[in-house]
Write a protein that binds this ligand. Structure first.
Ligand SMILES: Cc1ncc(COP(=O)(O)O)c(C=O)c1O
Length: 394
């Protein structure tokens, strides 16, 4: 299978990890040789309840038995997506009450950018340097990393970049700006948190000039930072919140939520301003609904903060310079990129899954399932520390 994987399935990099998967359950992934791997990555923040959580699996199966795709998005009332949108609204502050469901995070970003243009009648979008919002043309246009997008130009015109956490740059948001798009916590950049009430200041500037604030919660959202949405930690409510990844509990999804008055603008002038065939798919929505219920009805979010403290206590080592991030979105920063690479690759040999961040080579991604146990955290961290000890001694 490994050879066919390389031969027939398009690759994203020359050296994929190429682990041959048999099955996955809870915090573990099993390969076809029977070896188990403790998962500190959660499919890059996409399986907050671990693998094959029974409630997610049952909800998916029940919906499969009833019906799958019956109609394009937005025509028929289907219980799972309706209940999902209602539950999202119940957990968001006013006036964020209407949700558009998509198939992926990047599509939700595309929808949010279009909506900002419709709300304001303006076209300029301000994004952050080192931001990552997805890989379709619009999302890539607001990616703050020239090296990764140069080859795909021309991209969207009218995009300007500011430095995340730089207050002086906020003056670049003007009455020409349709929308400001930011990750609540910058992910690919190295799990950079907003500092000194930065997001509240962005909010204020957007209000001054009539620009729409879009917060990308695709990675920090759905409980990972101890709150359902990361922005709840930072004294700021966006006009449009974008979700994805963990919302699906392991199924592909994206969503963007705005006020009814704003969201309804996409229906007209032009007619059907945003349409999709599979967005809001009932089977995916059933999985997402079960995931969201479990996260909001249990203690998992509060526990995420306790587990963060355990990680911080255990991951103390001379080769780790700091640990960035919040809750179960953590990035130990190694002294060098080489060390980070060695830790990630050797961990896999030792039965622990770690991963890289897109633009910060010294970072090691730790985004385990919210359901991870304290014993599992202790086990995984001891693997990391012993690899670091070996590096130090060699
Ligand atoms: C912050 C952020 N925005 C957007 C995306 C794109 O989501 P997707 O890969 O589902 O298109 C990602 C994916 O990594 C992300 O981390």
């Amino acid at each position: 299978m490994k050879q066919d994987f390389l031969k027939y399935q398009a690759q994203t990099s020359a050296l994929p990890l190429n682990m041959e998967i048999s099955h996955a359950k809870g915090s573990y992934i099993y390969d076809t040789s029977g070896k188990d791997f403790l998962d500190f990555v959660s499919g890059v923040s996409a399986t907050p309840l671990g693998h094959n959580h029974p409630k997610v699996v049952n909800a998916t199966k029940e919906q499969l038995d009833k019906y799958m795709h019956v109609m394009v998005y937005g025509e028929y009332a289907q219980k799972a997506p309706v209940d999902l949108c209602k539950l999202i609204a119940n957990h968001l502050p006013e006036p964020l009450d209407k949700t558009y469901l998509t198939n992926s995070g990047t599509e939700a970003i595309e929808g949010a950018l279009k909506l900002a243009k419709r709300i304001t009648g303006r076209s300029e979008i301000i994004a952050a340097k080192k931001a990552y919002h997805g890989n379709t043309m619009g999302s890539m246009s607001v990616m703050g990393y020239e090296e990764r997008k140069q080859a795909f130009r021309p991209l969207l015109p009218g995009i300007r970049f500011i430095e995340f956490n730089n207050e002086e740059d906020l003056l670049r948001i003007t009455d020409k700006t349709a929308g400001v798009i930011l990750e609540t916590i910058q992910g690919g950049a190295g799990f950079i948190e907003p500092q000194n009430d930065y997001l509240a200041k962005v909010r204020k500037r957007c209000d001054q000039v009539g620009a729409v604030l879009i917060l990308d919660e695709i990675q920090p959202g759905i409980g990972r930072t101890g709150k359902l949405f990361g922005f709840e930690n930072y004294n700021c409510t966006p006009d449009i919140v974008v979700m994805g990844k963990g919302l699906g509990g392991g199924m592909p999804i994206g969503a963007f939520t705005a006020s009814t008055a704003h969201m309804d603008l996409l229906m007209d002038n032009p007619k059907m301003g945003h349409i999709t065939t599979f967005g809001g798919h009932p089977v995916i929505a059933a999985a997402a609904l079960a995931t969201l219920k479990e996260i909001t009805e249990t203690n998992l979010m509060a526990e995420a903060l306790e587990k963060e403290q355990l990680f911080r206590k255990l991951l103390v080592h001379p080769l780790i310079t700091e640990i960035r991030g919040k809750g179960l979105m953590l990035a130990p920063i190694m002294q060098s990129e080489d060390i980070a690479n060695t830790v990630i690759l050797k961990s896999q040999d030792a039965g622990l899954i770690l991963f890289w961040l897109l633009f910060e080579g010294r970072a090691v991604r730790i985004t385990p399932p919210l359901t991870i146990s304290k014993d599992e955290i202790i086990k995984g961290c001891s693997i990391i520390i012993s690899i670091l000890d070996d590096i130090l001694e060699s």
